[in-house]
Design a binder for this molecule. Structure first.
Ligand SMILES: Cc1cc2nc3c(=O)[nH]c(=O)nc-3n(C[C@H](O)[C@H](O)[C@H](O)COP(=O)(O)O)c2cc1C
Length: 233
């Protein structure tokens, strides 16, 4: 099958999504599409290289928002029905809000809109499903209460991206999620993969419900469920 897989800028369900797309790329031709935030967030969580390594070749491209300009020519593949399936996982509240409002202004929202026009089935895994608190995972973070403000910051010295301002913060736009800082700090002041709870907003839950009502779009609750659904196509 020819599958297009979109990744938006969500840390939630990101690792799980990358594992499934890796798995699918062994059997199918998979084109990976990243929103601008998707590219940044993949790097922050140290997952960009994994996605890059499964791509390469015709219909196996890694397509970046920044390479598509304003008219998203790649989305023509969707209106022409060239893919058997479009999957977007994980899908941010932002992308869902745009899709349910009929907005197509970036790579992923254009792919979804044109897939609808080209009658390509679309599976979307939203990050906001049910009201309440949901556990999610953070990228590398400088824990200020543990920082000893050493005269030489070993974490900053170990960072190949020069992303750490000692005693202040990690610049996540520079961070590539390699984890070298976590290993280098003798006081454990850099966390990686810390789990926190965040509250789902009513408006985002309501948008996810609207999404399920769109023609040719199916909402899937977890990336793991995608494998079973895709194998039945
Ligand atoms: C580390 C990090 C993690 C994020 N995780 C989420 C998330 O789980 N869900 C979400 O809706 N937005 C999340 N965001 C915010 C989105 O990246 C932001 O809303 C972005 O504008 C979404 O753009 P996109 O929908 O085009 O990908 C996160 C941002 C950062 C920096």
């Amino acid at each position: 099958m020819k599958i297009a897989w979109g990744i938006t800028g969500a840390g939630h369900l990101l690792l799980e999504s990358v594992e499934i797309v890796e798995n699918l790329s062994r059997e199918h031709e998979v084109t990976v599409l990243l929103s601008g935030a998707g590219e940044e967030v993949l790097k922050m969580y140290g997952l960009y290289n994994r996605v890059e390594s499964i791509t390469g070749g015709y219909y196996r491209e890694l397509v970046l928002e920044k390479d598509q300009k304003f008219s998203y020519p790649l989305a023509g593949r969707f209106s022409l029905g060239r893919y058997d399936l479009l999957v977007v996982s994980p899908t941010t509240s932002n992308t869902i809000a745009k899709v349910v409002s009929g907005i197509a202004d970036n790579l992923i929202t254009n792919a979804i809109a044109q897939a609808g026009k080209g009658k390509i089935p679309t599976l979307i895994v939203p990050v906001d499903l049910e009201a309440g608190d949901v556990q999610t995972v953070l990228p590398s973070k400088l824990e200020l209460e543990l920082c000893q403000h050493c005269s030489t910051c070993h974490a900053a010295a170990a960072c190949p991206q020069d992303a750490i301002t000692p005693g202040v913060e990690i610049n996540l736009l520079k961070c590539q999620g390699c984890g070298a800082c976590q290993m280098a700090c003798p006081f454990g002041a850099i966390s990686g993969g810390k789990k926190i709870f965040i509250r789902m907003r009513e408006i985002d839950i309501s948008n996810t419900k609207k999404l399920a009502g769109l023609e040719d779009v199916d909402v899937v609750e977890t990336p793991e469920q995608l494998l079973k659904i895709i194998s039945s196509f």
